[in-house]
Design a protein around this ligand. Structure first.
Ligand SMILES: Nc1ncnc2c1ncn2[C@@H]1O[C@H](COP(=O)(O)OP(=O)(O)OP(=O)(O)O)[C@@H](O)[C@H]1O
Ligand SMILES: [Mg+2]
Length: 313
């Protein structure tokens, strides 16, 4: 029921979800991705079955318009079957001891037969910088319960997909205490120019950027010769940083607001990584990345679904 992230590329998407499968593929390509493991969708089903939660979930679904809080309470008040918990503990100990890290991120990795991963953007829970095994178990249950979150249910209703088709897995990864994070697009998603790479970046962890809570710095780069065609300082209203267990919002300093959050060398390397990933998939992609002491890690890759067609190289 647990799959090492490094082995995810050979597993079924419905078992480990799109996010984990794509990241594992990048690892295989030699791109830096924080190490981790996947609590597969069969673990999720095992938890519900072992605790006989099906009829209670159905009851909440029938009687409440927003059942998420109740279902999360239900999940938190039941224990993960001991053999599954043991497997998770082993994987967690391996990750934290062997890599000398303490904190992890706990990220939902969803899939459904008829939907691309992109369609699930931002729907399910993410818990960053989790600092203990006990909190890890709580966070896994939170990710599972977010299948019934208000926005996720509404979305499924809009696209006419039965909730039973949704498979939820959870990706647990070593936490990078990022200096700067951001998103890169292998084409210009606004003009649809295939000759440009767009990078949005800001200080700290990337969640406020991907959730649209802050205005990041913007860089437009020529895909051909990596020249910076345009750059614009963002307001970078605040930054999210790790604390002992969890994260906190802190103000961005005057100096940080006045400075670009990426230097030329970092922009160049992110451009190279983005091009490499686009070349591998043969279609336009967006990636989520993080920079720590000059090391660049990729945290997600998705097709840009607003464009059709294959990338010309
Ligand atoms: N291990 C990690 N180390 C550092 N930052 C991380 C880590 N895991 C996640 N993050 C940050 O949190 C951001 C959000 O996480 P995640 O991609 O799981 O959720 P989301 O982008 O809000 O929704 P989704 O990707 O499910 O549509 C990532 O883009 C990344 O910046
Ligand atoms: Mg994401």
């Amino acid at each position: 029921m647990i799959v090492p992230l490094s082995e995810g590329h050979e597993k079924n998407r419905s078992l480990i979800g799109g996010k984990a499968k794509n990241l594992s593929t990048l690892m295989k390509l030699g791109i830096s991705v924080p190490n981790g493991f996947i609590v597969s969708s069969s673990a999720f089903l095992n938890f519900i079955k072992a605790n006989r939660l099906g009829s209670q979930i159905n009851h909440y679904m029938k009687t409440m318009s927003n059942p998420y809080i109740k279902i999360n309470e239900l999940f938190q008040s039941h224990t993960i079957p001991s053999d599954l918990e043991k497997e998770i503990k082993e994987a967690y100990d391996n990750l934290t001891f062997s890599h000398d890290i303490i904190n992890v991120s706990v990220r939902s990795s969803a899939s459904a037969e008829d939907l691309q991963d992109q369609s699930f953007a931002g729907q399910y829970e993410t818990c960053l910088n989790i600092g203990s095994f006990d909190r890890l178990l709580k966070s896994i249950k939170k990710c599972w319960a977010s299948v019934w979150s208000d926005q996720a249910l509404q979305y499924l209703h809009t696209v006419n997909i039965d909730i039973k088709e949704v498979k939820i897995s959870v990706l647990v990864q070593a936490m990078v205490q990022a200096d700067t994070s951001g998103v890169a697009f292998s084409i210009n998603p606004v003009t649809l120019s295939y000759d440009e790479i767009i990078i949005n970046a800001s200080y700290g962890l990337g969640e406020p950027i991907v959730s649209g809570l802050i205005t990041p710095d913007l860089f437009i780069i020529s895909k051909h010769d990596h020249k910076i065609l345009h750059k614009e300082l963002g307001l970078k209203e605040f930054k999210l940083v790790g604390q002992a267990d969890g994260t906190k919002e802190t103000p961005t300093s005057e100096q940080e607001i006045k400075s670009f959050s990426l230097n030329f060398d970092q922009i160049n390397r992110i451009t190279n990584i983005t091009k490499k990933i686009e070349h591998y998939y043969q279609y336009p992609v967006d990636i989520e990345f993080t920079v720590k002491e000059n090391e660049i890690n990729v945290l997600q890759v998705r097709p840009i679904t607003t464009v059709k067609g294959v990338v010309q190289s």
